[in-house]
Design a binder for this molecule. Structure first.
Ligand code: FAD
Length: 311
């Protein structure tokens, strides 16, 4: 029922923030097994294999090294080194991929100046290689500072090298979409994966979906290259319909989906000639990412519970 679903979502989102539990939880075999569906592996080599397979199917990718709970500045510097290794590997192997980066892994919750400097180094490296860094969007408390940092990086490195993410669940997003499009910032539009307060976010899914469609139209009408990130066929149909109405050619924007979700739809859109990018997360720190994926779908939780009960 809707209430049970809301309850399990709330509980899982709560657990996703309890990183103290993760050492215990990540050893549970059913959770580890489920993580294999959503996370490409713990190492860059495993993620590279997943991306090579996508490239062979005509799909492009965005790598994401998971680590949102960094403890100190030294750990954030290690994240920068990982992204530079990653960008070098993309260059060497010629896979069709860019990278997605979270500001928390750059140290946003420790020191904003440190996060900006770390993100700057990653974007500078990507720029020198002709690549692109998508700055992921996290919970509502960091929306403004995240957009501020993206704007600084965009002013320094330019449209083809860094872009933002907007979440249609937030009430502010349509206004943000208009402003960023005017500034020619590339946007990934998604629904939003974090539990937010009603003061800043729509509590009803129908409103989140309606906001997604309004924002999608702002993006498609802007003439900037954006990403429409969803597995919701109704959102995808609305996007295709709007693009057709505006006479946009294929390739004016891209669809984006997550590794492990709706691979059939990813291939189908690519076969129809639409650019499709798959978000490929990897690394040891997959716990909060997996909990967000579980919160989106009670069936994922049922899978874990069933396997736990089986032992
Ligand atoms: P929903 O209505 O949630 O789902 C539609 C259908 O998709 C479902 O019926 C189901 O078939 C399938 N599906 C969706 N989620 C799951 C799941 N977990 N397991 C199995 N099937 C599922 N969120 C952020 O807050 N910040 C980001 O930076 C961010 N980046 C993203 C990047 C990409 C490329 C994508 C695709 C999503 C990203 N998200 C991000 C997550 C996003 O906000 C949603 O939480 C997520 O995509 C689910 O929403 P949906 O649009 O697929 O629609």
């Amino acid at each position: 029922s809707a209430i049970a679903e809301q309850w399990s979502r709330g509980a899982l989102m709560f657990l996703s923030r309890r990183t103290g539990l993760k050492d215990w939880a990540t050893r549970l075999p059913p959770l580890k097994k489920l993580s294999r569906r959503f996370v490409a592996g713990e190492t860059l080599d495993e993620a590279m294999d997943a991306v090579k397979a996508l490239t062979a199917q005509g799909l492009s990718a965005s790598f994401d090294h998971l680590n949102e709970a960094v403890k100190d500045a030294a750990e954030t510097r290690e994240e920068v080194r990982e992204y530079r290794r990653l960008l070098a590997r993309i260059d060497q192997t010629g896979v069709r991929a860019n990278v997605s980066l979270k500001l928390t892994q750059c140290g946003l919750l420790l020191d904003e100046a440190l996060a900006l400097e770390n993100a700057r180094q990653v974007v500078a490296d990507a720029t020198s290689r002709g690549s692109f860094v998508r700055i992921d969007m996290e919970h509502g408390a960091v929306t403004q500072v995240t957009l501020d940092i993206v704007r600084k990086l965009h002013a320094e490195f330019g449209e083809p090298h860094v872009g933002a993410v907007l979440q249609s669940c937030l009430r502010r997003t349509e206004a943000d979409a208009r402003a960023l499009c005017d500034e020619r910032v590339r946007i990934r539009l998604c629904k939003g994966a974090y539990l937010e307060r009603e003061a800043i976010a729509y509590p009803d899914k129908a409103d989140v979906d309606a906001s997604f469609v309004r924002c999608m139209k702002v993006l498609l009408d802007s003439g900037v290259y954006h990403g429409i990130a969803t597995h919701d066929e109704r959102m995808i149909d609305a996007t295709l319909e709007h693009a057709a109405r505006r006479g946009l050619p294929r390739g004016a924007f891209e669809f984006q989906m997550l590794h492990g979700i709706r691979a059939d739809l990813q291939r189908q859109l690519a076969d129809q000639g639409h650019p499709v990018r798959v978000y490929v997360p990897y690394g040891r720190h997959w716990y909060p990412y997996l909990m967000r994926r579980m919160a989106e779908r009670p069936a994922n939780l049922a899978f874990v519970l069933k396997n736990l009960a089986r032992g």
